[in-house]
Ligand binder design. Sequence first.
Ligand SMILES: Nc1nc2c(c(=O)[nH]1)N[C@H]1C(S)=C(S)[C@@H](COP(=O)(O)OP(=O)(O)OC[C@H]3O[C@@H](n4cnc5c(N)ncnc54)[C@H](O)[C@@H]3O)O[C@H]1N2
Ligand code: MOO
Length: 343
Amino acid sequence: MTAPAGMLREVKVEEAVGLVLAHDLTQILPGEFKGRLFKKGHVVREDDIPALLSIGKEHIYTLDLADGYLHEDEAALRMAHAAAGEHIVLTDPHEGKVSLKSSIHGLAKIPRDFVNAANALESVVFSTVKTNTVVKPGQALVGTRVIPLVIEEERIREVERLAEAHRAGGGSGPGEAGLVSVKPFRSLRAGLITTGSEVYKGRIQDKFGPIVREKLAALGSEVVEQRLAPDESSRIVEDIRYFREQGVDLLLLTGGMSVDPDDRTPGAIRQAGADIVSYGTPMLPGSMLLMAYLDGIPVMGLPGCVMHDPYTSFDVLLPRICAGEIIRKEDIVEMGYGGLHGC
Ligand SMILES: Nc1nc2c(c(=O)[nH]1)N[C@H]1C(S)=C(S)[C@@H](COP(=O)(O)OP(=O)(O)OC[C@H]3O[C@@H](n4cnc5c(N)ncnc54)[C@H](O)[C@@H]3O)O[C@H]1N2
Ligand code: MOO
């Protein structure tokens, strides 16, 4: 709906000297510049006129807001406040947009049902990264704005009510009660079992260990010990029990995850008594990954591709585990749609 007559007044740029701009004005020079040329609140001066005309503004608005209406900046700020949860900071409005940025390195939690419900409202925009994205401090999770320069306050109240209802309902998943939020990573101590007789017997050098260490370190966790095991189930089971006794927070096994007779890892994880969440993830690369829990400790069988491909199912699940989430079968199932990453 447009603003009521009389609220916005159009004034010729040449007659606008001394008037206050009602919104940020954008300049776009393809390949050179896109940004704010004039800020909302700027008092137009004589020498601004050529610049205003050069960006196509022959008229500007002056604004006299009626009761029950909001300027785009205030609308965006209210929507951003309604959606913001833990470890989120808001930017100032810029060209009518407010961003929700992370204040920490962590896991973005963005409830899809709230975002969809808000975006179904006329003229409301919530544009987000995907939930469970790893974000750095200062990284934007959400940009929000309304489409018109002036909007009925009631529309924004609807967004606030949606946000309130979502918070009261506890969110759509673990840790999402704060709506848009970031979960910090915990520092996990992991045990690593590298299977493969070719590595155990020294026929080839281990290439898995350094990569797994690096991926854990990037999330603030560490491999406390690596053990090499031949392709023998009993030896792998022994190592699993060893790490269980050591009290590690996470157990990772590499190699032997596929279809060859020497691929013993999934069987050994079962034999050690772990509850299997899933052997197989519908993502490529990383389809042979196994997710299990042994007395509450996450156990992952990592296929050979983790050593080779920069982004696999391991890179999807590890950040969630480091953020303290329990991986369920539904989480694995959801990884297939959009999960083909050039394998
Ligand atoms: N017929 C099929 N072939 C393959 C399937 C399948 O389902 N059917 N799955 C493919 C997928 S997906 C993957 S991933 C790979 C590898 O799976 P594995 O985890 O069983 O890997 P391995 O057989 O143990 O080793 C493969 C390759 O990598 C070398 N390797 C293993 N560990 C290390 C290490 N620590 N350091 C250095 N190099 C290592 C190993 O020597 C082999 O060359 O299977 C597909 N094939
Ligand atoms: O586990 Mo494999 O990646 O799908 O290459």
